[in-house]
Design a protein around this ligand. Sequence first.
Ligand code: ATP
Ligand code: MG
Length: 411
Amino acid sequence: MAKLQNVRGTYDLYGEAKRKMKKVTSVGSEVVEKYGFEEIETPIFEFTEVFSRNLGETSDVVTKEMYCFEDRGGESLTLRPEGTAGVVRSFISEGMQQNLPVKLYYSGPMFRYERPQKGRQRQFTQFGCELLGVETPQADIEVISMAYEFLEKLGLSGSVTVEINSLGDKESRDAYREKLVAYLRKHYDELSEDSKARLERNPLRVLDSKEECDKAVVEGAPLYKDSLNEASAAFFNAVLKGLDNLGIKYKVNDRLVRGLDYYSHTVFELVTDKLGAQGTVLAGGRYDGLVEQMGGGKVAGIGWACGVERLSMLLEADVSLPRPIAVIPVGEDVNDKAIEIAYKLRCAGFRVEHSYNGNLKKRMMKANKVNAIKAVIIGTDELAKGEVTVKDLDSGAQKNVALDKIVEELR
Ligand code: ATP
Ligand code: MG
C-alpha cells in the first residue's frame, strides 16, 4: 500500500484555509445571484468526449492534463478539468434551450494533471458562471462587471488588473491565423519544441506559451487587432465602451488568447502580480460556437471561472468565526441544566462552547483557549436561587443573572 499521505498536488482543506475558500464562494454566490444566476451542480466526471472533443484536441488540458479512466463497464470517463463543458452538456441534455437566456453558476473541484507548485494543484476549486443565449456586447459587459464586483466585494479589486482582448469572429480568426503562421515560420528555429508542434496544429496557442524562447518570438508577432474585421472591431469597441461607462479600468492585452479552443470575440483575465507566475485569478470569454459544436442549437455563450484557492491566498479579510460563549457547569448535578442552557443559547443564535469535563480552573482555561467572549458559570447554589454567573472574559467583571434573563444579558 502507498504511504499514508495525500496524493501530490492535492490538499486537505481545513481551518483558516477552508474558511477563506468558503468566504470566496459565498461572496461569489451573493454577487452572481443578484445578476440572476442560479446554481447548478453537474457530475464530477463525464464521458471523456465531453472534454476531449470540445476543449480543443491540442489544448494543454486535453493533451496532457486530463484524469481519464475506464470504469468497470468499459466506458472512458474523465474527472472534469473545467466547468464550462459539463454545464453546456447539461444545458443541451436537459433541454434548457427552450428558455433563453439561461444564467448558471457553479463551484466545485476540478482535476488537472499539472506540475504542482504554488497556486497550481492537481485538484483545485473553481467558481464560475455561464450566460447562454445573448449575442450582444451587453452580455460581455455585464459578465465582466460581475467578475469585477465579485473581486471588489472580496477587497481585491485594487490588486487586480482586468486584461482583455478580442479574438473576433471566425473570419477574423482565420485572417489572423494566416498572418501569425507566416510570421512564426520565419522564426521556426527559435521556437520551443512544443511550439514547433503547435505551429502546425494550433498556432494561436504559441501566444499563450510560458517558455522564455517563445515569449521572445511572440514579442514581435502580428497584433490581433489588425486582423479584426469591421463587425468584430465594432463588437469589441462596444464592450470596451461599456466598461468605460461603468468606470471599470482594463488593459487591452494583444497577446491574450486563452488556452481552450472554444473562445471567440471577447477574452479576459483578472491578473494579480502577487502570486508570481500563477497570477491569473479569474479568466473567461465568449464561446459562441460551443453549444452548436456539442450538438445543441446556435446559442451564444459567455462565462468565466476563478481559481478559488488562488483568490483565497490573496484574501486579507477577517474570516474568523464570531467569538463563542462558554457554558461551564460546576459540579455533576448541574450538567443537565448546562446542556439545557447551551441548547437555548444556540437556538437564540449564539455560538456556544460547552465544556465537558475538568475542574472549574481547567474549564476556564479551555474557555480562554477557544477565545470565548463570555462565560456562563452554573453553580449549584446560584442555580437553587434561579441564577447563573455571567463573566466577561476580557474584563474579568462578573455578575449574577436570572435564568430567564441570560439571552438578554448576552445580547
Ligand atoms: P494557467 O494559465 O494558470 O494554466 P488556465 O488558462 O489553465 O490557467 P483556466 O482553465 O482558465 O486556467 O482556469 C480558470 C482559473 O482557474 C485560472 O485562472 C486559475 O485561477 C484557476 N486554475 C487553473 N488551473 C489551476 C490549477 N492547476 N491549480 C489551481 N488553480 C488553477
Ligand atoms: Mg493551465
